[in-house]
Design a protein around this ligand. Structure first.
Ligand code: GDG
Length: 476
């Protein structure tokens, strides 16, 4: 295939491999904001996407899907265990989320991370045209920017980090801390979710590598002694609002929301949590708070039902298996104590649902509980707000999410403070409609004005400025 002007590099391709009833292989766009945000850009500028198809030991030739050229990266079973489940999800993920679970440091995992990052960087280098642009995504690929720069000095490189960046005291634990910083600094523009993440990153760069930092600009000295300026700052991600608005207005989806309420016994209030089953999301904390409110008689199952969707995630990583057991024991205890024949305390669903059903749940929910202990952004909070066209409903939002920087009219909580979570739940359940409406109006304004297209345009604009400011000798 010929080369492309604009290349996205992400761990996953934007498609899922499925099989039709007669066993024929097919591809389907995977749901997610990133694809939606980049699709218009990809269509308009001749784009390609480098990523893994999601299954081990799958060798697939490049192909075109929906006008986007897809360049599949093959990962062996061992790569998946060591690079993906190991280094990405059992070293970096817990370390960058404030060591909520203990990060595992294994040298073989690091070796696999380097090996697989190089594979992605080489594929990107083979795909991008002379003087083109490459946008690398997320913590699985932190070494790609530098590796790509070494292969292709003519290319403009962006990197966006979807998860938090930790304070220096924690980051310093990483045995490969300097290599990772150098890897990311291969980019011309580095994007984070929150200003705080950018600040922590810049502190680590100054303290560990000794580079001069001025505002959001780092003077990086490369191995050959040359200096270049890298920008690192916040570009808070958002959602593709259109499908949420459309689904929320559709009669069948609204009907489904009414059915959900009826099937829960028509409680006065429905509380909702929607998360991947992940220890960063604070699911245990919200279950504990809700259970105590029932135990103490502040709430009753006749009046209030809590629906928790916990979609299956990283099921082969130990910490996730333990978390699932803990949550399921806690739910069973509370339900065992409080359920009646007609009402349940917690409707717990360890399943994934189509987007229509998620929107019906958002419409049915009077209170949305987002109690993450640490979260890069948290798109669920923004999705809930987008669907609430009648300005009713209350968002309870952890201050440790990126979304908390923007969604100031939510009921804010510190999820570690169980009494505080209980108070926030009671405030939300009892909030008068006029106050719900005042807050929701302001939240919706924020989300609708700052959608995912605004995010990608803002990042790509910064990248374009970087390109014009740094005229590269190779590109002249
Ligand atoms: C990472 C960062 C950052 C969940 N269950 C189902 C389902 N979902 C959808 C939600 C939402 C998405 O998955 C989850 O996004 P979050 O932002 O809440 O969290 P992470 O998966 O941890 O994402 C995060 C994000 O990257 C983007 O930068 O915000 O901080 O951790 O869209 O709706 N969707 C469907 N069925 C489910 O069962 N259809």
């Amino acid at each position: 295939m010929s080369t492309a002007e604009f290349v996205v590099v992400a761990n996953r391709l934007p498609v899922d491999r499925i099989f039709s009833a007669d066993g024929e292989e097919q591809w389907r766009t995977s749901p997610g904001g990133l694809v939606a945000a980049l699709e218009p850009v990809m269509q308009s500028v001749d784009g390609a996407w480098v990523g893994w198809a999601g299954q081990p030991d799958l060798e697939i030739e490049p192909f075109v899907f929906d006008g986007i050229r897809l360049m599949p990266i093959a990962l062996s079973e061992q790569d998946v265990e060591e690079y993906y489940e190991g280094f990405a999800n059992d070293t970096i993920w817990p370390l960058y989320h404030d060591v909520i679970a203990p990060p595992q440091y294994h040298r073989e995992w690091w070796d696999a991370y380097v090996r697989v990052n190089r594979r992605f960087a080489e594929a990107a280098a083979d795909t991008v045209e002379r003087g083109g642009t490459v946008w690398v995504h997320d913590y699985q690929l932190q070494l790609v920017p530098q590796m790509l720069r070494e292969l292709r000095g003519d290319v403009t490189i962006g990197y966006f980090h979807h998860i938090p960046f930790p304070a220096h005291g924690l980051y310093a634990q990483l045995p490969w801390r300097d290599q990772v910083l150098r890897g990311v600094l291969g980019a011309d523009v580095i994007g984070f979710q929150r200003a705080q993440d950018a600040t922590y990153f810049l502190t680590a760069v100054r303290r560990r590598l000794g580079f001069a930092v001025k505002g959001s600009s780092v003077a990086v000295v490369d191995d050959d002694g040359s200096e270049r300026h890298v920008t690192a700052r916040a570009f808070p991600i958002s959602i593709d609002t259109a499908p949420y608005l459309e689904l929320a207005a559709r009669p069948d989806v609204r009907q489904r929301a009414a059915e959900i309420r009826a099937s829960l016994g028509n409680p006065k209030k429905i509380l909702l949590g929607v998360d991947r089953l992940d220890y960063t999301k604070g699911i245990r904390h919200r279950i504990k708070a809700f259970g105590e409110l029932l135990d103490q008689g502040h709430l009753s199952v006749q009046d209030v039902c809590f629906v928790q969707v916990a979609s299956p995630s990283r099921e082969r990583v130990d910490a996730y298996m333990h978390l699932r057991d803990e949550i399921e024991v806690a739910v069973a205890r509370i339900n065992g104590t409080h359920d009646t024949m007609d009402h349940t305390a917690i409707r717990y669903l360890h399943q994934g649902y189509p987007r229509e059903e998620m929107v019906a749940l958002y419409l049915a929910a009077d209170v949305m509980l987002v109690t993450a202990l640490r979260d890069g952004m948290n798109l669920v909070a923004k999705e809930y707000v987008a669907t609430r066209a009648d300005n009713r409903g209350v968002l309870v939002l952890s201050e440790f999410t990126g979304a908390a920087d923007e969604l100031r009219q939510a009921v804010r909580v510190n999820p570690h403070d169980i009494e505080g979570v209980k108070e926030a739940i009671m405030t939300a359940v009892q909030m008068p409609e006029a106050e719900q409406s005042r807050r929701m109006r302001s939240l919706r304004k924020r989300v609708l004005e700052n959608d995912v297209t605004a995010w990608s345009s803002s990042f790509l604009g910064a990248l374009e400025r970087a390109r014009s400011e740094h005229v590269r000798p190779e590109a002249e």
